[in-house]
Ligand binder design. Sequence first.
Ligand code: JHZ
Length: 405
Amino acid sequence: MTLHRCRSCGAPVGAPFLDLGETPLADALVDPARAGGEDRFPLAVAFCGDCSLVQITEDVSPERLFVDNYLYFSSFSPALLEHARAHAERLVEERGLDERSLVVEVASNDGYLLRNFVEQGIPVLGIDPAPGQAAAAEAAGIPTRREFFGPELARELRRTRAADVIVANNVMAHTPDLNDFVEGIALLLADDGVATIENAYVRDLVERCEFDTIYHEHFCYFSCTAVDRLMRRHGLHLADVERLPIHGGSLRFHATKRGAPRERVEELLREEEAAGVASPGFYEAFGERVARLRRDLVALLRELRGGGARIAAYGAAAKGSTLLNYAGIDTELVDYVVDRNVHKHGLLMPGVGIPISPPERLLEDRPDYVLLLAWNFKDEILEQQSDYRAAGGRFVVPVPAPEIV
Ligand code: JHZ
């Protein structure tokens, strides 16, 4: 389906400001026996002049994205586990949660976050349609509804009880019907409850040239301005907002039904206005900067390869799939990708056919360079690969501009 109207406010949406061509689904890793037949879909991003929401222009069905082709398990990233633990602990303390409370997480994945509440005897409910991840969460003692979240499920759950806390991390962007999603949150949330909602921050995406975080799973790219308008439409408001470093720069929104907003919500809205985030001009030169990054990266890898270097990559991440496909980087330049997620081993990166192996291969094989596709975990991965680096291995970090470290 091609988008004509804004996913948030319904106003007509203009021409895309960035076109990444036709790419395969970023998480649809390929069985080598079936390589070469990947479907491709247009990947372009547009700006809504009315409510300022940035969004992709072509829809792929959520079933296809998150049920049929989804091998992302949150628990393979230690920094993310730590981020989740700290978030849960803060919620327990600030909201005074105990065995009478209910915490609901939308997109609970393998239980990476809810397990922190379960350990303290706080009742939880996970919601996630991805079958393998939901099964892993259930095996870890986390009751999970294997479904997409929306008003219907929210109404059904609300008949039993309201949620004191709803956590929705990296899922609001993953929903084609944004208003349904927020309506569901408003229906399920207790009158004195809080929903904490994390998403990549569109301003960081543009300023740091993180174009590879654009893929079909992410229907929308949020600013505080756009989310403020969205929440108000559903009887919610932003009580607080935090800027976080995770995933290349994120915002954590605290949405409530009552209570005065903290000053920093207004501050961020003012900052966004001053930076022009809610104006089309902010996005105009982005396409050119992305094209330059592609040119520079491909030239660097070709030069290294031409000099006889062997190149691998780290992180069979969804963003890696965007980067490789947009830049046309295949097995001529990169021999293999390593990743800790055991569910990805033996498969190929979609569209470019690069095989995926466990990280131990780097130390055994000692390629000269490793292209860091999971650049959002740069510090952690460089530290973890200190033996490979001590043996002379070097990393190429592609974003915000290609750099050898
Ligand atoms: P990572 C995912 O995107 C998918 P991806 C999703 N659509 C989303 O919105 C974002 O997250 C937020 C591996 N790894 O997290 C794990 C190691 O091997 O950047 C992952 O496969 N060793 C829900 O896929 C990949 O790298 C490590 O030490 O772009 C990282 O993927 C670490 C830290 C990670 O997200």
